[in-house]
Design a protein around this ligand. Structure first.
Ligand code: SAT
Ligand code: MN
Length: 634
């Protein structure tokens, strides 16, 4: 066996050993971790191994190293804030190169009919994966340090938390994982007690010496990107990208794809949902979880400043919810993350004042613009003060009015959740917060009312399955289209969507007491067909809708403050408080339910379910679609 030079391994802040051979690893690492690290090191052949403790001094060293390599620069305008500019080919998640490896294709995705491509995930056979792995990983960390990151998704002592170990050759990933997860020695202590962990192996795919120069000092290997998940053995292997959800493996890869599969096996839910607490003027508090596709303002809602006097919203999480029934049958949720990895452009004092306060220190910004006084800038912020000039995300001089954007549209802030001024006091509670309502939403310019409540759990599951949202067709600019994005999980399902629906439906029949949350659908984005203007003001005014949801959660009778409609329960006239909106909002138009629209919607859903889910669609979901069709008949 080859001997590798290992750096000083530190645990709990103490220098322990300078190990020379991989065989020595078990003396400092828990045996299962040592075995994983040994396997990764033998495959990737790093020059050094550094076990991450998570101490402040260690993180300072990491940032200093990143600065020296030119991967980040300090932003002197703020406290401990950093700017990274990536290779322009490495700027977002790469769905087309994201796969799930299982024995059978049908374990991963429903088989689409008529040779169509599945939109519900991407399967790779075990044999193809093995080949892809052999083409990528051997020797991929040569000359680099392999960091070993023990991390926890969820507060380390929470009964809902799960652990991972990520090996990576990217110090930027170490710094970002330090924000987005609980990372370091406390987790290693749990692993030493035998706790299970997800094995995460990540490489930028640029061994040293380099064969070609880096762009922006940002190592990546765009031609070879592959983000692979092995749910049966709880493994993630990611190659070629240093950015976001491709490389911070605790996030989408673990907390959604692998965790959704673990949740199915163990009887809980891992969902692409924000969690917020809302308190009414009498001090009664409820928690809700909400799923929205991208570009629907999820982070803004999670940190909303209610426009209604006396109401407060507090944030538990902005992206992912892990939810499990407690012994009383109440669904309890934790945010498995420790930070926010939010889209910067469009974030401003007007759209999200609490996010602006959160990112003022200890934040890593990636691909945003830079001001000449050492700050950050992006589209949606006020113009900088006179005399202050701008540099764009490529590092070139930029001025307002230039044809290309200053910040990349997917530029991000990576910032500690605990800094959010409205972080919920229970956001790190071990048992999670009790969820009274689940909200689905989408960007629907036509036909879909401001809010409705499902008739029951089974209908609510159908509402989640039927989620659609407007997107701009990426590079082709063919205009807008309404994409299916069931449960806002389309890119994140860890197993067959038909089985996922069955798992959700099964919550109703689970053994023991069960208090199911109520399920709602909201649409802040309906437009006036004549003018094209939004009918609803959105942002802080969305609290008016949350108020109705709040009331419905505590209702004494089914029809309290509501009336039956073809889509579900909608607010009875006057039940949504519009005082203070100046009579400008057309509630009639917001709740209009044109039958022709809904007949067309039923047709599109039927085609989608039959092509994309086929035989794997649970019968109950088909029955709900039939029932909707009946209700919208002329
Ligand atoms: O880049 S991430 O996957 O972490 C964020 C996102 O795309 O939603
Ligand atoms: Mn997300």
């Amino acid at each position: 066996m080859s001997c590798l030079l290992l750096g000083v391994l530190r645990r709990s802040g103490t220098a322990v050993v300078g190990v020379r051979c991989l065989a020595s690893i078990p003396s400092t690492l828990p045996p299962a971790v040592a075995e994983f690290v040994k396997g990764a090191a033998e495959e990737c052949k790093p020059a050094n191994i550094h076990v991450v403790t998570g101490s402040p001094e260690e993180l300072q060293d990491i940032y200093a190293g990143l600065q020296k390599e030119g991967m980040v620069k300090k932003l002197p305008k703020y406290e401990n804030c950093w700017l990274a500019r990536t290779d322009p080919r490495d700027v977002a998640r790469v769905e087309s190169k994201t796969v799930i490896v299982t024995k059978q294709e049908r374990d991963t995705i429903p088989i689409p009919s008529g040779g169509a491509k599945s939109q519900l995930g991407s399967w790779m056979s075990e044999a193809d994966f093995q080949k892809a792995r052999e083409e990528r990983f051997p020797g991929c960390m040569a000359g680099r340090t392999m960091y070993v990151i023990p991390f926890s998704m969820g507060p380390v002592n929470s009964s809902l938390a799960k652990f991972g170990v990520q090996v990576t050759d990217s110090p930027y990933v170490v710094a970002s994982m330090g924000v987005m997860t609980r990372m370091g020695s406390a987790v290693m202590d749990k692993l030493a007690q035998g706790a299970e962990f997800v094995r995460c192996q990540h490489s930028l795919g640029r061994p040293l010496p380099l064969k070609a120069p880096l762009v922006n000092s940002w190592p990546c290997n765009p031609e070879k990107v592959l983000i692979s998940h092995l749910p049966d053995s709880r493994q993630i292997l990611s190659f070629g990208s240093g950015y976001g959800g491709n490389s911070l493996l605790g996030k989408k890869c673990f907390a959604l794809r692998i965790a959704s599969r673990i949740a199915k096996d163990e009887g809980w839910l891992a969902e692409h949902m924000l969690i917020l607490g809302i308190t009414n003027p009498r001090g009664v508090k409820r928690y809700v979880a909400a799923a929205f596709p991208s570009a629907c303002g999820k982070t803004n809602l999670a940190m909303m400043k209610p426009a209604m006097p006396g109401w407060t919203v507090e944030c538990v999480g902005d992206d992912i919810a892990w939810m499990k029934f407690d012994s009383q049958g109440k669904l309890r949720a934790i945010n498995p993350e420790n930070g926010f990895f939010g889209v910067a452009p469009g974030t401003s004092v007007k759209t999200n004042p609490h996010a602006m306060a959160t990112i003022a220190k200890n934040t890593v910004f990636t691909n945003v613009g830079e001001t000449s006084d050492g700050g950050v800038w992006w589209e949606g912020l006020d113009a900088p003060a006179p005399g202050v000039t701008l540099t764009d995300w490529h590092g070139k001089a930029w001025k307002i009015g230039d044809a290309t954007p200053c910040a990349h549209p997917n530029s991000r802030f990576c910032t500690p959740a605990g800094q959010c001024p409205i972080i919920d006091p229970l956001w790190e509670s071990d048992e999670g917060v009790p969820i009274d309502a689940i909200i689905f939403g989408g960007r629907r310019p036509e036909g879909v009312p401001l809010v409705y409540e499902s008739f029951n759990w089974r209908h609510g599951v159908f509402v989640g399955a039927a989620m659609r949202s407007e997107t701009t067709a990426a590079a082709e600019h063919k205009g807008k289209s309404i994409m299916h994005d069931p449960f806002a999980m389309r890119p994140f399902f860890g197993y067959n969507f038909g089985d996922y629906l069955a798992h959700w439906l099964g919550m109703e029949a689970r053994p023991g007491p069960t208090q199911l949350p109520k399920i709602f659908h909201v649409n802040w984005f309906r437009k006036d067909p004549a003018s094209g203007a939004f009918l609803w003001p959105g942002f802080g005014e969305n609290a008016r809708v949350l108020e109705w949801i709040f009331r419905r959660c505590g209702r004494q009778s089914e029809a309290e403050a509501a009336k039956r409609s073809i889509v579900g329960w909608v607010p009875e006239d006057g039940a949504i408080d519009t005082q203070g909106l100046g009579g400008k909002v057309d509630m009639g138009a917001l709740f209009d339910l044109p039958k022709a629209f809904w007949q067309k919607e039923v047709g599109e859903l039927r085609a989608y379910f039959s092509q994309q889910v086929g035989a794997d669609l649970p019968a109950q979901v088909g029955e709900e679609l039939n029932a909707l069709e009946e209700r919208v008949r002329d």
